[in-house]
Design a protein around this ligand. Structure first.
Ligand SMILES: O=C(O)CCC(=O)C(=O)O
Ligand SMILES: [Mn+2]
Length: 215
């Protein structure tokens, strides 16, 4: 029987978005302060930068990477590169916490033994956005994307396998993780323009980690 005077609210429920895709609400919340510290160390070695798309558009989201390879874009196209083009050095290695968190989240979504080799780190300020897209520069077409939200909340767009499919919108808050792989691996997704706000740990900013298995 439930208590007459509940003192604690129930833990946030996980939500299956479709086969192969889960929203794990609050999964990373205990790790958020340590994740922010790790991101600031990565930023000291490989700073956030605004990449240019092959069509010449400068992205509103600032990006950096850690891991064996990093996702980059320039006039020549999109690719994974073991060298940070801004520093001419390898990307910073994965912090142990990143690998551990990604593996735990993947397992909770039905993808055990997840060992990513890249983590793209996105930094959004108000009005920054990511248009509807598929993540398809990775060779592994089954292993999931594990996407961790930190700081200001954002509206996540979850579409279908075709760009024109209907899009669901959901608020992602700090500590939420979305995992999509297997049959959901190539679902179109995006982030609506970030609304202004102030988060106790990140100020007027949203950070996002997306883990990928590239090889
Ligand atoms: O910021 C997010 O929540 C999604 C990021 C994303 O889709 C990407 O980096 O490819
Ligand atoms: Mn993506």
């Amino acid at each position: 029987m439930s208590p007459l005077f509940p003192t604690e609210s129930a833990p946030p429920a996980n939500e299956q978005l479709e086969e192969g895709a889960w929203l794990l609400r609050g999964f990373a919340t205990p790790d958020v302060p340590a994740l922010i510290t790790e991101i600031s160390h990565i930023h000291e070695v490989s700073p956030f930068r605004h990449l240019v798309t092959p069509s010449g558009h400068t992205m509103s989201v600032a990006m950096t990477n850690c891991g064996r390879v990093g996702w980059v874009s320039d006039r020549r196209g999109y690719r994974y590169d073991p060298i940070d083009p801004d520093t001419a050095q390898p990307w910073p290695p994965f912090p142990a916490l990143f690998l551990d968190l990604a593996a735990r989240a993947a397992e909770a979504a039905g993808f055990p033994h997840y060992v990513p080799d890249a983590c793209l780190i996105n930094r959004y300020v108000p009005s920054a956005k990511l248009s509807l897209h598929q993540d398809k520069d990775e060779n592994d077409a089954y292993a999931p994307i594990v996407s961790v939200s930190i700081g200001l909340a954002a509206t996540f767009q979850w579409g279908g396998r075709r760009r024109a499919d209907p899009v669901r919108r959901m608020l992602l808050e700090s500590g939420d993780i979305v995992v999509w792989g297997g049959p959901a691996r190539f679902v179109y997704h995006g982030v609506s323009p970030l609304k202004p706000g102030e988060h106790p740990l990140t100020g007027p900013t949203r950070l996002n980690l997306t883990f990928r298995k590239v090889f």
